[in-house]
Structures are given as structure tokens and as C-alpha cells.
Design a protein around this ligand. Structure first.
Ligand SMILES: [Cu+2]
Length: 135
């Protein structure tokens, strides 16, 4: 696990803060539901980035963040989940599966392209993935 990652499930920011630049970094709103992940899609500044993740349900969802290797993520033999162990060195953080509601994930991101997805069985394949570009 990378030391820069910190989970902070207790913090909740107003939706109006999504995408705004603050002295302490950038806040990005992420919206999950069965079976999509949406964000504003604009590049964000490198440095401290807080993802405010709202799960609209109805299922539990997680959010994993990996640096993009420029290749498709490897799947486990179940064919339904990404083999996280095979790309562990690219992982920058994540939220464990959670019930509908809002949680936040604090990251410290270098410039580059990142992929965010839910790795509960079949969810990534169903469409629960998106990108984040950091400049
Ligand atoms: Cu999910």
C-alpha cells in the first residue's frame, strides 16, 4: 500500500464544492450507481485531491483508483473482477464496498491518467469505470 493514501470516511463536503480548487487541493465529485460512475471529466491539478464519492445505490459499491498503464486491466479467472494483485503497484487508493451514501477519499496525485472502477463482481464489466486526468 502506498503511504500517500488516506481514507477519511467521516468527511462529507457539500455538492457545490465538487470540482472547486481550494488552497488545500482539489475536490472532485464522483457519483456511483448501478452500474455507472460519473464525474465532471475535466483535468484536475496535481497534488492533494479529495474524491467525494456519492453512491446512489441501490447496491453497495467500491471505488478503486489506479494509475493507467495504457493497457486493459487484467481479469481474474472468474472473468468478473479485475486482478488487483497483478496491478497492485499501480494502485493509489480506494474505498471498500459501501452502502449508498457519501464518503470521501483523499489522494495525492502526480500528473498522469488514472482509472477509477468498482471491482465488485461484474460491476466494472457492466460499466462502472471512468478516468481522471491529472496535470
Ligand atoms: Cu459496484
Amino acid at each position: 500500500m502506498i503511504a500517500l493514501v488516506a481514507l477519511d470516511a467521516g468527511v462529507s463536503l457539500p455538492a457545490s464544492a465538487a470540482g472547486a480548487n481550494h488552497a488545500r487541493g482539489t475536490t472532485v465529485g464522483i457519483y456511483e450507481r448501478d452500474f455507472r460512475i460519473r464525474t465532471h471529466g475535466r483535468p484536475v491539478a496535481a497534488g492533494p485531491v479529495t474524491l467525494v464519492v456519492r453512491n446512489g445505490g441501490p447496491d453497495m459499491h467500491e471505488l478503486l483508483v489506479f494509475r493507467d498503464r495504457g493497457r486493459r486491466l487484467p481479469m481474474r479467472s472468474d472473468g468478473l473482477t479485475v486482478d488487483e494483485d497483478a496491478v497492485e503497484s499501480f494502485k493509489v487508493g480506494g474505498l471498500e464496498p459501501g452502502e449508498p451514501g457519501t464518503r470521501s477519499l483523499k489522494l495525492d496525485l502526480r500528473p498522469g491518467r488514472y482509472i477509477m472502477f468498482c471491482n465488485m463482481a461484474g460491476h466494472e464489466l457492466a460499466g462502472m469505470h471512468t478516468e481522471l486526468v491529472v496535470r
